[in-house]
Design a protein. Sequence first.
Length: 148
Amino acid sequence: MTKKQEIIDKLRGARVSHTTWKSFAHLIAKGVLNDPNGDSTPLVPTLCDFGKWYYKDGLVLSSLKSYKDIEMPHEQLHNTYAEIYALKETVVKGGLFKSKGKAEKEKEEEIGEMLKVLDNYVHIVLTVLQRLEEEVEGMSDERIDMLN
């Protein structure tokens, strides 16, 4: 397998894994699935498989614009999920002016809004990954081999 094909396979795998990651994040946020160790949904961008590749072997693509364009939304994706996860873990208590049920409902609504933000970042990451894949596909094997 050529270096070019290895990179393309890794980028395709990243799109699949982030789509799966998004599904797990939604299930965990809605309380349907439990992921106490963060194995299914890493909270830190450098701990997901793509993040590990991006900051190591993927650096050969660092001169490409689409490579650079992934970093911020990828970080935001994980940061947003970390906020959702922290909110989900927060224990809600009733108070003098608000019942526990109402506070719980407000928390769930806030999580729902944050999931929309998360979905937007996932969409951006998937789009830029596609662009990067197309950019790599358009390069010759020789050009790929010349990348640092």
